[in-house]
Design a protein around this ligand. Structure first.
Ligand code: GSH
Length: 253
């Protein structure tokens, strides 16, 4: 029997992957949220990367082990409890691992979008993100990413949609239009108990505050809106941005 401690951050999308997998596998774990702007010394002493998530594992003999990188943590959690979330067959496993990596790239594109300095950079980033979503829509195989069963790729993408919810709610930027498989997968993910439980109830507000605090085009648009609610101007701008994104995505097909 192992004891698990997940070092986390309230907003970290990579942490959510680990929490979703642990919950799916009914694994008990202790969660410690840290301040990434002021990392505790004990964390820096044990973390090779200084990033969350970090999994501290105490084995049955009392030995302490550190596991880092969300994809590796997720696979470890999957391996230590029954009902595997990765397929058994090697080719299918490789396919799923590749799409977990694609989810990481998508999160990187999202960070680039909210960090974009000006409208042109924002538009370029939105186009890149839209392309990823179009590719993803094309490979969805059923109710969940790989078919009828929830898996690691589902856990990896659930946090992506939390950002897309925020972009839609705050500035009306809908990057999923015309992608019906993706849209229904997104709804299913939003209702999955493990996904719901991966963040605190005040997560949307915290995420909105975080996005507003960034130094870039999105933050300027949000601070212009004051409350963060969409204004008529925001909606027009978002519609313009989306048509530009769609035009470029179509051209790039
Ligand atoms: N590749 C890592 C990325 C983790 C990551 O970027 N975590 C962010 C928070 S969401 C972090 O700890 N940033 C702090 C830093 O880079 O100093 C993983 O998948 O675990």
């Amino acid at each position: 029997m192992v004891s698990l401690t997940l070092v986390s951050h309230q907003l970290c999308p990579y942490v959510q992957r680990a929490v979703i997998v642990a919950t799916e596998k009914s694994l008990a774990f202790r969660r410690i949220d840290i301040d990434l702007a002021n990392k505790p010394d004990w964390f820096l002493a044990v973390s090779p990367t200084g990033k969350t998530p970090l999994l501290m594992v105490r084995d049955a003999a009392g030995g302490e082990h550190i596991i880092f990188e969300s994809a590796v943590i997720a696979e470890y959690l999957d391996e230590i409890a029954p009902h595997r979330l990765l397929p058994d067959e090697p080719l299918a496993r490789a396919h799923h691992r590749a799409w977990v990596d694609f989810a990481s790239g998508t999160l990187a594109d999202i960070a680039a979008l909210y960090g974009a300095a000006d409208p042109a950079a924002f538009d370029t980033r939105a186009t890149a993100l839209r392309r990823r979503l179009v590719l993803l829509d094309a490979v969805l195989a059923g109710s969940w990413f790989g078919g009828p069963q929830f898996g690691l790729v589902d856990a990896a993408f659930a946090p992506v949609f939390r950002y897309l919810d925020a972009f839609e709610g705050l500035i009306g930027l809908d990057l999923c239009s015309g992608l019906p498989k993706l849209a229904s997968w997104r709804l299913r993910l939003a209702e999955r108990p493990s996904v719901v439980a991966a963040v605190a109830p005040d997560y949307p507000q915290r995420l909105a505050d975080f996005l507003r605090s960034r130094n870039g085009h999105l933050a300027r648009r949000l601070s212009g809106g004051g409350t963060g609610r969409r204004t008529g101007g925001d909606q027009r701008h978002a519609a313009d941005a989306l048509s530009a994104v769609n035009r470029k995505a179509e051209a790039g097909k």
